[in-house]
Write a protein that binds this ligand. Structure first.
Ligand SMILES: Nc1ncnc2c1ncn2[C@@H]1O[C@H](COP(=O)(O)OP(=O)(O)OP(=O)(O)O)[C@@H](O)[C@H]1O
Ligand SMILES: [Mg+2]
Length: 279
């Protein structure tokens, strides 16, 4: 068995898979210090399923920005470092059960790759610094709230149209390919009096729409507009995933959030290590 470990800027995600990439266990921890978090997550797996685990785990496939802090060995197990973009491409395709697609990592920041031939070929297309971390940072300063679940609840209660300027607000109807209710300017109506729930909704809207637009443009540039796969923790949120997919559709791309979307990198890292062993 292989552990796929993705140490991101905000969260570490780990999965335990067998040689056929069947997911046997999974766990997420916030990243405080990358190496300590990696050790805690592995320790959790080992404890949860008995001590003999250590004998049956062949290797730990490590990816994500924090993987650079992991040496050649972790908790006595061999650690294999896997380049993040390759892991993202391979993992996204596996989760979506596709052979090619545009994979979007909606994490702290946003990275986008085009993956072909079951992930054997992965190209870095683009990305944006607007991501889940932007939601957290803006909300911390503007709303005094940092807990994601609290922000989500606020955004569900709020109405982004009270802080965003719509196309209809400006021109009285639709324009070109966008309907009247599309956003013309995110947060343009924000005032000191704005309801805090509306502000939360507006922040989610701005970040998710940005990801949706960038994803659609990248997909069209690569001819992958029928296969946009959204991954990352931020995509787990019902609000963000809905807005990302709707926005992508508005600009001509079909986006989809697979189950276990937050484990894309971890799964991809494990898959690439298994493939390497088989080669
Ligand atoms: N419970 C949750 N559900 C959905 N999204 C969440 C939740 N908690 C935090 N988030 C969002 O997910 C973001 C982090 O996503 P993710 O864990 O995929 O990023 P990362 O891998 O740590 O970062 P990166 O890939 O950019 O290095 C946070 O910035 C936050 O906006
Ligand atoms: Mg990540």
């Amino acid at each position: 068995m292989i552990v796929g470990l993705d140490i991101g800027a905000s969260f570490a995600k780990a999965i335990l898979v067998d040689k056929n990439l069947k997911i046997l266990d999974k766990h997420i921890l916030p990243v405080k210090e990358p190496k300590a978090t990696a050790l805690r997550i592995l320790d959790f797996f080992i404890r949860r399923s008995g001590k003999e685990y250590r004998d049956i785990i062949d290797a730990v496939a490590v990816s994500g920005g924090g993987s650079r802090f992991i040496g050649e060995e972790i908790l006595g197990l061999p650690a294999r470092r896997v380049e993040e973009l390759g892991a993202l491409g391979a993992g996204g395709l596996l989760l979506a059960k596709r052979s090619e697609g545009l994979i979007v990592s909606a994490g702290t920041g946003t990275a986008i790759v085009a993956a072909y031939e079951d992930g054997k070929v992965v190209k870095h297309v683009c990305g944006t610094g607007v991501g889940g971390g932007t939601v957290i940072g803006l909300s911390r300063r503007i709303l005094g709230v940092t807990k994601f679940e609290v922000l989500e609840d606020m955004a569900i209660k709020g109405n982004a149209n009270r802080v965003d300027l719509t196309v209809g607000d400006i021109v009285g109807g639709s324009v070109g390919i966008v309907p009247a209710e599309a956003t013309a300017s995110n947060l343009a109506k924000l005032t000191y009096e704005s309801d805090l729930n509306d502000v939360a909704a507006g922040i989610f809207n701005m970040v998710s729409q940005t990801i949706g637009v960038v994803a659609a443009m990248a997909a069209r540039a690569c001819g992958l507009e029928d296969s946009v796969i959204i991954t990352g923790m931020f995509a787990k949120s019902r609000i963000s995933s809905k807005i990302i997919c709707e926005t992508a559709r508005l600009f001509g791309a079909v986006a989809y959030v697979p189950e276990n979307c937050e484990f894309s990198n971890a799964l991809g890292a494990a898959a690439l290590v298994i493939r390497e062993g088989d080669a």
